[in-house]
Design a binder for this molecule. Structure first.
Ligand SMILES: [Zn+2]
Length: 536
């Protein structure tokens, strides 16, 4: 047996053949970040933010997206509708991902939910109503207060209604909520699922709503359903990560018949999250399965989602964590360096360039490098940087590297300091004098080459600075202010005060950074920097 076959199968003849067949299918990546992920955020996204996330999903080449729960609020309804309409528009303009993607909304097994869901998603080229009802004994008895017969009846009724709404344009997904808890009533569950298929559902989702037991048991349940239902029905898995095995359960389910894999970016989702999108994609890729995704967009997506959600990436998170590419012990460093240019490294699961990540330990910047390389280098020094700022620095560095060749991390840091810290442009800060008894601040600076001295009365220096900017017709609004110290990895400036001031003007935001051994000056330099970036 060759390696490829071994990777896909368990070794015995029968399952080897099945697994090989299974691996030829293309998985259907169905993302739930905008629904399961969003509902679990401390501060859920607004509609504009949801749109950013959705567009990033399309960039990844996702096959289906659950964009929300339209009946949950007016805002979520509007968001689902907007995203469905946006997809239609993009499809019309020739976007191939938008032409194919399934846009789905969640609905409880309640008539008004299902209707509301359809009102929102109907505009998409491939709309879907996803309705769900629990089939575990515990939930039926203690949560729903329904007998198994009533659950079956209700499920069929709702699926029929959903099917009548979607007609030939869309499709219906039914979830047997708490499927992982149905080990002791599988006959009943299969009976319900056959009935909802009869009623018009074409995707059957089998959630491990709470992960309690062995992945092996869950995967066996999936297999049982796969064997019991008609082969044109898509079997879907939706796992939560309560015991840290959601990825394992999802990946193995694919090899016993599930095609739709419900996942979330950065593993966001209720409690310990939903199955992590990237881990499943890479595990299948490593097993010889064609994912049909743009894997090279994974790393930038992870950074963006972390910024947008405010949920930081755990340093040891698989694939995307800061530590994932770091080798500390001598033995590991030796093995890593000896296999550095090989596809399969001694101490790494993949060639990280597959997910768009710079994988060299001594990271450098070449004319081929993108914004994620800039991001990695600067954040490795301990500075915070947004991906948007990294994108602005990238062309500057590219031009430089075309002249100088490969740029070392220190050289990149130099450029960051020049371009993003103590920025001089239209304004050049010189000094500020404080006259404490009079709450007076006297600024010495240049504006468009002209030396200016101006006195401002205010409670504090930042307020004085903001008043000054108004008076010289460069008004800005303070969004956030923070003072820290320069990270110690920046040998040149380590220990000095670093002020970070987020400013807004004309709908744009920029972070001004100021460094000085004098706190007041660091603040003023940050303010002037931010204003210079906003008024280029
Ligand atoms: Zn869930």
């Amino acid at each position: 047996m060759n390696l490829a076959a071994m990777l896909r199968g368990r070794g015995d003849k029968m399952s080897e053949m099945n697994a090989a067949e299974m691996a030829k299918r293309q998985p259907f990546f169905y993302d739930v970040t905008l629904r399961d992920g969003n509902q679990a955020l401390p501060k859920p996204w607004n509609n504009a933010q949801k749109k950013d996330v959705y567009l990033q999903l399309l960039k990844l080449g996702v096959h289906g997206a659950e964009v929300g729960f339209p009946a949950s609020s007016e805002m979520d309804f509007e968001s689902c509708k907007e995203l469905a309409q946006l997809t239609a528009k993009m499809a019309e303009e020739g976007d191939e991902v938008a032409q194919k993607v399934v846009v789905s909304g969640l609905a409880r097994c309640v008539e008004s939910d299902i209707q509301r869901c359809w009102e929102a998603v109907q505009y998409a080229p491939h709309p879907r109503i996803h309705t769900f009802l629990a089939t575990s004994k515990l939930s039926m008895e203690h949560v729903l207060h329904l007998s198994p017969e009533q659950v079956k009846e209700k499920a069929v009724k709702c699926v029929k209604l959903a099917k009548s709404l979607v007609g030939d344009k869309g499709d219906v997904e039914f979830s047997a909520e708490h499927f992982g808890d149905c080990l002791d009533n599988m006959d009943f569950v299969i009976d319900v699922l056959k009935a909802v298929v009869e009623a018009g559902a074409t995707t059957i989702n089998l959630p491990n709503t709470v992960e309690r037991y062995r992945p092996f048991l869950y995967v066996n349940q999936i297999k049982q359903v796969y064997e019991a239902l008609p082969k044109d029905i898509a079997i879907s898995v939706h796992c939560h990560n309560d015991l840290g095995m959601a990825t394992a359960a999802t990946v193995e389910s694919f090899f016993v018949g599930a095609t739709q894999l419900e996942v979330a970016l950065n593993g966001l989702g209720e409690r310990c999250g939903n199955t992590n999108f990237y881990e499943v994609a890479v595990a299948l890729h490593n097993s010889g399965v064609n994912t049909g995704l743009h894997l090279e967009r994974i790393y930038e997506t992870a950074i963006l989602i972390s910024q947008w959600s405010g949920v930081s990436i755990y340093s040891r998170a698989p694939l995307i964590g800061a530590e994932a590419i770091v080798h500390r012990s001598g033995i590991h460093q030796d093995g890593a360096s000896k296999t550095k240019d090989m596809k399969k490294g001694a101490y790494r699961p993949i060639d990280y360039s597959i997910i768009g990540r710079h994988q060299n330990d001594s990271i450098s910047f070449t004319s081929q490098s993108g914004r994620t390389a800039v991001y990695e280098i600067i954040t490795k020094f301990g500075y915070r940087l947004s991906l948007a700022e990294a994108a602005e620095l990238q062309p500057v560095l590219k031009e430089l590297s075309e002249k100088e060749g490969e740029l070392s991390a220190e050289r990149v840091l130099d450029v960051f300091r020049e371009e993003r810290v103590n920025v001089n442009a239209r304004l050049v800060f010189n000094n500020v004098e404080v006259i404490p008894d009079e709450n007076r601040f006297i600024f010495h600076f240049k504006k468009d080459g002209e030396a200016i001295r101006r006195s401002v009365t205010a409670e504090g220096p930042i307020e004085a600075g903001l008043i000054l900017m108004r008076e010289i017709n460069m008004p800005v609004e303070l969004v956030k202010y923070r003072q820290v110290v320069v990270p110690e990895k920046d040998k040149l400036w380590a220990g000095r005060g670093l002020s970070r001031i987020l400013l807004r003007a004309n709908g744009k935001e920029e972070e001004g950074r100021g460094v000085s051994s004098d706190t007041l000056k660091a603040n003023m330099r940050a303010l002037f920097s931010g204003v210079n970036l906003l008024y280029k």
